[in-house]
Design a protein around this ligand. Structure first.
Ligand SMILES: [Zn+2]
Length: 699
């Protein structure tokens, strides 16, 4: 990711999360990837070859971010820099975020920012914010209350203070007003930067209007660029700029993810990087305060801007949702995990937050860290008929996700496990390189994340051994089918944002390399140590002193008697194919290696996806053509088959000039490839099954 040098220590280090779009409930022919879908159980297993928006939140999001020193990725968490564990701040924001004068009656103020204490619901709801901080957790109550009341308002101390208000016409939300208070430059002229591009969305400034300024004989005018406003003022004076943010989300017609301001009649979603203007050259580390004011009492509000120690970077990577969201809270080992959700789903709110709680608990326990406040937002989006879409973006202490109502729960589970795990991998186990070379370590930041997401889903009891084995086999299959399987790491770094198969490779390669090293460690130590130990050593050492992630990995392994340098060179840098030993996952079963025809769907998936399912690029030499598939037919649904699996019959329901029919064929390419797969031992039960679960999930 491209980030300015000065923000090196705070670089977020993860590859993008993209929306996944599929037709007829399968992802294969969607225009969009979901690598999460790729590891989801069978119904949502396949992945398309091409993302709807290449690196939607990626290349563009990063390139553009350079100008404002804002680094965003789709992944969550703080960067390599360990966030303060003493998060006293997580409650002070209730004070700073929710303006005094709103929600004076805590009982009437449903679900406003801040956790609701299930043991004492009334306390947990935010009340008179400027008078007394209302704390949701009895445990922290006294200490926090003292801290909060002892400090002057963060709003007056911050370099940048924002106040966000809904603009309503009767009951209808029409827009959002933002007021920004800052100290003008000593020259008497301050240039404001408006949001420009982020997450594949361009011209974000077009959603902002009606700029006005007050104080110090000031005036505001258009700048040289459409994303600039120039404020003239008395030198060094405090300035107040107001502007209006309008609804700009494209609805069902959107390409990519719902990142533009969404301001609907009864709901809003604002991503920081798309709504907040700031003085030119504001530093990521500059202090920021935010107040949300005058929201209707019947509205819920949830945001990750709930800390008193907010920085500009936190603001940029924040999420605010409000309106008809339902906010649920679970206290996980003393800290709130919240879910803000709207819409109707195939699962209940309770089921989802219980799943999130299990994931978050398993992950924090595995790493041995205290839990911290975390927010997950889930917005229901529309998509073209017959398609499924899900995705999200990591925020500073939250994950903002969105999906169509027909999304399968396991797909979301997988996505949440991966994203939440970025809190540690890589953010707390090693420093990622900055700039374009960051992708050279995605094998660990994404691949190891995927490996551990599976392990921890097992550990959390959310996925059974057969489900984990399914997911592993899917990765083995995708890896075998990859047309770029053996490209060098340098090429991954060079083409990550522009070549979709290359972009997928570090996920597969990294996961299999993790399995390979895990096995090696177990074997060397006769089962006494594993990759888990190495992860813990890295976590501990990184906490003590920041070091590059690869150096920490090498030195941690050396501590277990493994010199990994040769394997790193061979499998990661040079890209040699990874072959797992037959007993890698013993006692679960055996890994076998078979030769299969290489998968080839027989037409141009990318072009077909881009064309909304209209078939393009049928290869006349392959089975799809022989079965009758032709350019111009419209794919209604895939009724059977799996992307990457040449052995499974593909069944496509198509509209052929007004007539519906199903075309069936084996998606075999011309050449062949070796595919590994893990077969669970027959009749695993009782203690043997438990041993397998331990091997796959760790306990
Ligand atoms: Zn990731």
């Amino acid at each position: 990711m491209l980030v300015p040098a000065r923000s090196h220590s705070r670089v977020r280090s993860c590859a993008p999360t993209r929306a996944a779009l599929s037709f007829g409930g399968v992802t294969a022919f969607g225009a969009v990837e979901s690598r999460f879908a790729s590891i989801a159980p069978a119904s949502a297993k396949a992945r398309p070859e091409v993302p709807e928006v290449r690196g939607s939140e990626s290349s563009k999001g990063h390139l553009q971010s350079r100008e404002r020193s804002v680094t965003r990725t789709a992944c969550m968490g703080e960067s390599g820099q360990k966030p303060p564990l003493n998060r006293l701040g997580w409650f002070a924001p209730k004070r700073s975020l929710l303006g005094a004068g709103d929600c004076r009656d805590s009982r009437a103020c449903r679900g406003t920012i801040g956790a609701r204490d299930p043991r004492n619901p009334e306390r947990g709801v935010l009340g008179e914010t400027s008078v007394r901080p209302v704390v949701g957790f009895a445990l922290a109550l006294s200490l926090m209350a003292m801290t909060a009341s002892a400090q002057p308002s963060s709003h007056s101390r911050a370099r940048l203070a924002y106040t966000v208000r809904p603009l309503r016409n009767g009951d209808t939300l029409e827009a959002v007003s933002v007021e920004l208070r800052f100290k003008g430059s000593p020259t008497g002229t301050t240039v404001l930067d408006l949001p420009k591009e982020w997450g594949g969305k361009t011209k974000l400034y077009e959603a902002l209007s009606d700029f006005s300024v007050s104080g110090a004989n000031s005036r505001i005018q258009a700048g040289a660029e459409p994303w600039e406003r120039v404020v003239h003022h008395r030198a060094g004076a405090w300035i107040r700029v107001r502007y209006v943010v309008h609804h700009a989300d494209e609805g069902a017609a959107r390409q990519g993810n719902p990142y533009r301001p969404m301001i609907l009649r009864s709901r809003l979603q604002l991503l920081g990087s798309t709504v907040f203007a700031a003085p030119h050259k504001t530093d990521d580390a500059d202090s920021v305060a935010v107040v949300l004011k005058s929201f209707p009492r019947t509205w819920t509000v949830a945001s990750d801007l709930e800390r008193s120690d907010l920085t500009f970077k936190d603001l940029q990577s924040s999420i605010i949702v409000a309106g008809d969201f339902r906010v649920l809270t679970r206290i996980i080992r003393g800290a709130p995990l919240r879910l803000a959700i709207e819409g109707t789903w195939s699962f209940t709110d309770e089921e989802l937050i219980d799943t999130l709680a299990k994931i978050w608990t398993a992950e924090t326990e595995f790493w041995g860290d205290p839990t911290e406040p975390y927010l997950v937002t889930l917005l229901q989006i529309e998509a073209p008929a017959g398609s499924t879409s899900s995705g999200g973006t990591g925020r500073s202490a939250a994950f903002a996700s969105f999906a169509t109502s027909n999304v399968a729960a396991p797909r979301l589970t997988r996505m949440f496990a991966h994203e939440m795990l970025h809190t540690w991998i890589p953010n707390r186990i090693g420093a990622m390189p900055s700039g374009v070379s960051e992708a050279t370590e995605y094998w660990i930041s994404e691949g190891f994340d995927d490996y551990y997401a599976l392990r921890l889903l097992g550990r959390a009891g959310l996925w059974s051994p057969p489900e984990i084995v399914d997911a592993l086999n899917h990765v083995l299959g995708q890896y075998a089918a990859s047309t770029v399987r053996t490209v060098s790491n340098a090429r991954i770094a060079a083409e990550f944002w522009t070549n979709y198969p290359v972009q997928q490779l570090p996920y597969y390669r990294g996961l299999l390399f993790a399995a390979f090293i895990d096995y090696k460690l177990r074997k060397n130590s006769a089962g006494a140590s594993s990759l888990d130990d190495v992860m813990h050593v890295m976590h501990k050492r990184f906490e003590a002193a920041r070091q590059p992630i690869r150096e920490l990995f090498v030195s941690a392994l050396a501590g277990y008697g493994v010199d990994i340098q040769g394997d790193l060179r061979n499998y990661i840098d040079d890209g040699a194919a990874i072959a797992l030993a037959a007993d890698t996952f013993a006692p679960c079963g055996v890994i076998s290696t078979d030769t299969y025809p290489r998968f080839d769907v027989g037409f141009d998936l990318a072009a077909t996806g881009q064309g909304g399912g209209t078939v393009a690029g049928v290869n006349p030499g392959l089975a799809a053509y022989r079965a009758g598939l032709r350019d111009g037919m419209k794919i209604i649904a895939r009724e059977a088959g799996e992307t990457g699996n040449p052995m499974r019959e593909m069944a496509l329901r198509v509209n052929d000039n007004g007539t519906e029919r199903v075309i069936r064929y084996l998606p075999e390419g011309r050449d062949s490839t070796e595919v590994q797969s893990l077969t669970l031992s027959k009749g695993l039960e009782g203690s043997e099954l438990a041993a397998c679960a331990r091997r796959l999930g760790g306990v």
